[in-house]
Design a binder for this molecule. Structure first.
Ligand code: SF4
Length: 699
C-alpha cells in the first residue's frame, strides 16, 4: 500500500481526538508495533501530538483481550464466540420476556465509526426492540449541540473548515485547552496570535491561556461557573457600545429585541462583581471581537459541561450573532468537538432522541423514511429513550435496566457520580462490554467481547469540522477478535431480528447514506469509493454533491432561513470558597491522556509523563492547608473521596482546585462529581463541584 504522499502504509487517521490528524500506518512485521508517520492534511499539516505518535502501541499491547470472556466467580474464563453470543442472546430473550424490551439498554461511544454508530442505533431499536440507547457523547457535546440546533436549526461543531481560522485576526476560545488536547490545532491560531487577537477564557492559566502572553493576547480568568454571566455581560457591552451589527441582525436573525432586553441587567460592573473579570478587560474583548477583521468564537467543554451548559453555549452563539459573525465568509462560531467521532457519533442514531441523518425520532416523516430504508413498518421503531445519566441511574431501579450492552465506553470512569454507576452495574442481570482492553467497566461484565481497533478495520469518521474521513485497515487484528459489525450481525440472527445487519463497512455506509438522505446531516452523496478519491467531504453532502465546507452563507436551517437569538438567564452561584471554606473543583484534560484513559493508560510512554492524577492548588491555598508540592491531599464530596498528590501552581485561582479525569479507582475525578444534569441536553455538571480539601498526614 502507498498513500497519496508516496508513503508506504495505510492512509488513515489518529484513533483519538476529533481533530482526526492524518497519518500513515505501516505494519513492520506480524508482531512488532506498526510504524506511524504524520501525513499532510489541512487540520494537522503532517503534525501529530504524543498520543498520535504512540497510538500504534495500542495495537500490539500485551493487555489486549483476544478471546471472549465469561464471568466465573470473581474472575473470567475464556469462551468461544458461539458460547458467548448464545449466552447473551438467551439472557436478553429471558429479560425481555420477563420485564419488557426497555429493560435492556445499550450504551454507545463517540469513538465508534459512523458505520458502527449507525448499526448500533438500528440494532438497539430493531434487534433488541428497546428505546433505551444513549452514548457517552451525552457527557461531551450534548449542550453545545442543543444550542446549535436551536439557534441555527442544525448542529455541526465547526460549520467551517479548520484552516479558515488561519486568516482570523481574533479568536476567542472559551473553556478549551487545545494546547494540551489537540496540539496541532495551535498552528491555526498563529495568525490571531501574531495580530494580538487570541483571547482565552479559562479559570486556569492553562497551556492555551499561556499562549496569549506572546503577541498581546488576552486571558480572562472568570470564577468557575460564571461563564454564562461573562457572555451575557459581553453581549450587553457590545450592544450598548454600538458594536452590534444592526444590518446583519435585521436581515439574518430573529429575536433581537427580546435578547437585548434579556442582557440589559448585566452591565459591566455587575459582571465584574460576579466573574472577577475587570471591566477594562471586558471592554477590551468586546472591542476586539467587533474589530471587523475576521473574528471567531469557539467553545469547549469548560463552558459546556454545566447544568446550564445549553444556555451557556446559547449565550456564546448570541454574542457571535449580535456581532454578525455566523454564516459570513471570514468569521464564525463553533464548538470544538472532543471525541474522535464525536461529530458523526451524534448524527447516526445512537442518541436516545434521534434517528440517522440527525433526525428527530418523534418526527413522523423521519420515522417513515428510516423505516423504509430498514425495510420495517415505522411503528416498530421505539420512541425516544432517556439521556445517558438517566439511563445509568435506572440500573437497579424498579422498571429500570436489567441488562446493558456497552460499546466503546468506560462509564465507571467517565460518568458522573462514579460510585453510583458502579453500584448500578452490580445490580444488572447481564452486562456485556465490547472493548479491546479490560476497562474498569469491563471488569464488572458478565461477558466481555474483544473487538477490532482503529487500524484493524475499514470505516469512516467525521471530524470536528464535519468532514467525513476514511479509516483504513493497516494491520491484521489478533485472531480471536471481531468487529462490532460482526457481533451485531450474529446477535441479530440469534434474536431473529427484523432488518439486515451487514458486516461490511462499505455496505453499512451505503445504507447509512440512504437513511440520512434529506436529513440535516445528509451523507447521501458519499460512499467509501468516493471518499477514497480524496474528495473534501463536508456534510451536508447530498446525492451528486458538492459538500458544504462553510455552512449558513445563504441562510440558516430554520424554515424562515434566519438564526434565532435565544434569550437565556444566569442564576449566579455563590462561589463555595467564600461560602464555607470549601473549594471549587474543576476537571479537565492532560496532554498525554485521553478521555477515561482506557487506551492511554496502557501506553508506557504516555504514562511516564502522567502516571497519576495530581490536584493542582494555588500556592496560597496549599500553604493554608499546610500542603507542599508532592504532598498527599484528600478531596471529598458527599459522593466520594479522591486521594492524590498535590501540584502547587500559581496557574490556578486561589479558590479552585483542578483534577484531571483520566484516572481510575481512588484517583477518579468522577467519584466527586454529581449526576445533576442540564434539563435541555442531559449534560452533567462536570466543571463546578464543591469539594472539601484536606491534607493527608498518614497516607
Ligand atoms: Fe491524535 Fe488529536 Fe493528537 Fe491529532 S491532536 S495526534 S488527532 S490525539
Amino acid at each position: 500500500m502507498t498513500d497519496a504522499d508516496g508513503q508506504v502504509g495505510a492512509a488513515t487517521h489518529c484513533p483519538y481526538c476529533a481533530l482526526q490528524c492524518a497519518m500513515t500506518v505501516r505494519a513492520v512485521d506480524p508482531v512488532g508495533t506498526p510504524e506511524v508517520t504524520g501525513r499532510e492534511f489541512p487540520t494537522n499539516r503532517g503534525g501529530l501530538c504524543k498520543k498520535g505518535w504512540t497510538s500504534a502501541e495500542l495495537l500490539r499491547s500485551s493487555q489486549r483481550i483476544v478471546e471472549p470472556m465469561i464471568r466465573e466467580g470473581e474472575g473470567f474464563r475464556p469462551a468461544s464466540w458461539d458460547e458467548a453470543l448464545d449466552l447473551i442472546a438467551d439472557r436478553v430473550r429471558a429479560i425481555r420476556a420477563e420485564s419488557g424490551a426497555d429493560a435492556v439498554g445499550v450504551f454507545g461511544g463517540g469513538g465508534l465509526t459512523n458505520e458502527k454508530a449507525y448499526q448500533l442505533g438500528k440494532f438497539a431499536r430493531l434487534a433488541l426492540g428497546t428505546s433505551r440507547i444513549d452514548y457517552n457523547g451525552r457527557f461531551c457535546m450534548s449542550s453545545a449541540a442543543a444550542a446549535g440546533n436551536r439557534a441555527f436549526g442544525v448542529d455541526r461543531g465547526l460549520p467551517f473548515p479548520v484552516d479558515h481560522l488561519d486568516e482570523a485576526a481574533t479568536i476567542m476560545l472559551l473553556g478549551s485547552n487545545v494546547a494540551e488536547t489537540m496540539p496541532p490545532f495551535i498552528g491555526h491560531l498563529a495568525g490571531a496570535r501574531a495580530a494580538g487577537g487570541l483571547i482565552v477564557v479559562d479559570p486556569r492559566r492553562s497551556a492555551t491561556a499561556k499562549l496569549t502572553a506572546e503577541g498581546g493576547g488576552i486571558h480572562l480568568q472568570p470564577a468557575p461557573g460564571t461563564d454564562l454571566v461573562l457572555l451575557l455581560g459581553l453581549t450587553h457591552l457590545v450592544i450598548e457600545s454600538g458594536l452590534a451589527d444592526r444590518d446583519y441582525l435585521e436581515h439574518r436573525t430573529s429575536g433581537f429585541e427580546r435578547l437585548r432586553r434579556s442582557v440589559s441587567r448585566w452591565w459591566p460592573e455587575r459582571v465584574q462583581q460576579h466573574t472577577g473579570v475587570p471591566v477594562a478587560q471586558l471592554r477590551q474583548v468586546a472591542a476586539r471581537l467587533a474589530s471587523g477583521r475576521g473574528s471567531y468564537i469557539l467553545t469547549g467543554r469548560g463552558v459546556e459541561q454545566h447544568v446550564d451548559g445549553t444556555d451557556t453555549a446559547s449565550a456564546a452563539i448570541n454574542l457571535a450573532l449580535v456581532l454578525g459573525l455566523v454564516g459570513t465568509a471570514h468569521s464564525g462560531y463553533g464548538t470544538l468537538t472532543g471525541q474522535g467521532n464525536g461529530q458523526g457519533g451524534r448524527e447516526h442514531g445512537q442518541k436516545s432522541d434521534q434517528l440517522p441523518g440527525y433526525r428527530k425520532i418523534v418526527d413522523p416523516d423521519a420515522r417513515e423514511h428510516v423505516a423504509r430504508v430498514w425495510g420495517v413498518p415505522p411503528e416498530i421503531i421505539p420512541g425516544p429513550g432517556v439521556p445517558a445519566v438517566e439511563l445509568l441511574a435506572s440500573m437497579g431501579q424498579p422498571d429500570g435496566l436489567r441488562a446493558l450492552l456497552v460499546h466503546g465506553s468506560n462509564v465507571v470512569v467517565s460518568a458522573p457520580d462514579a460510585a453510583r454507576v458502579r453500584a448500578g452495574l452490580e445490580t444488572l442481570d447481564l452486562l456485556v462490554v465490547c472493548d479491546f482492553f479490560l476497562s474498569e467497566t469491563a471488569a464488572f461484565a458478565d461477558v466481555v467481547l474483544p473487538v477490532t481497533q482503529w487500524a484493524e478495520e475499514e470505516g469512516t469518521m467525521t471530524s470536528l469540522e464535519g468532514r467525513v474521513l476514511r479509516r483504513r485497515k493497516a494491520v491484521e487484528p489478533p485472531a480471536g477478535v471481531r468487529s462490532e459489525l460482526w457481533i451485531m450481525h450474529e446477535l441479530a440472527e440469534r434474536l431473529a431480528a427484523p432488518g439486515s445487519y451487514s458486516t461490511d463497512a462499505a455496505e453499512v455506509f451505503d445504507e447509512l447514506a440512504r437513511a440520512s438522505a434529506g436529513g440535516p446531516a445528509d451523507y447521501s452523496g458519499l460512499s467509501h469509493e468516493l471518499l477514497d478519491t480524496g474528495v473534501a467531504a463536508f456534510w451536508p453532502y447530498p446525492a451528486g454533491g458538492p459538500g458544504t465546507p462553510r455552512m449558513f452563507l445563504e441562510s440558516f436551517a430554520h424554515p424562515d432561513g434566519r438564526a434565532r437569538l435565544v434569550p437565556v438567564q444566569a442564576h449566579p452561584r455563590t462561589p463555595p470558597a467564600q461560602r464555607d471554606g470549601t473549594m471549587t473543583l474543576i476537571t479537565g484534560r492532560l496532554l498525554g491522556q485521553y478521555q477515561s484513559g482506557t487506551q492511554t493508560r496502557r501506553v508506557p510512554e504516555l504514562m511516564a509523563s502522567h502516571p497519576h492524577a495530581e490536584a493542582q492548588l494555588h500556592p496560597a491555598a496549599a500553604a493554608g492547608l499546610g500542603l507542599a508540592d508532592g504532598d498527599q491531599v484528600e478531596l471529598s464530596t458527599p459522593r466520594g473521596t479522591v486521594r492524590c498528590r498535590v501540584a502547587v501552581s500559581a496557574d490556578i485561582r486561589y479558590d479552585t482546585v483542578f483534577l484531571p479525569f483520566h484516572f481510575a479507582d481512588g484517583e477518579s475525578a468522577n467519584l466527586l462529581t454529581e449526576a445533576a444534569t442540564d434539563p435541555i441536553s442531559g449534560m452533567p455538571e462536570f466543571k463546578t463541584t464543591t469539594v472539601e480539601v484536606r491534607a493527608v498526614r498518614d497516607p
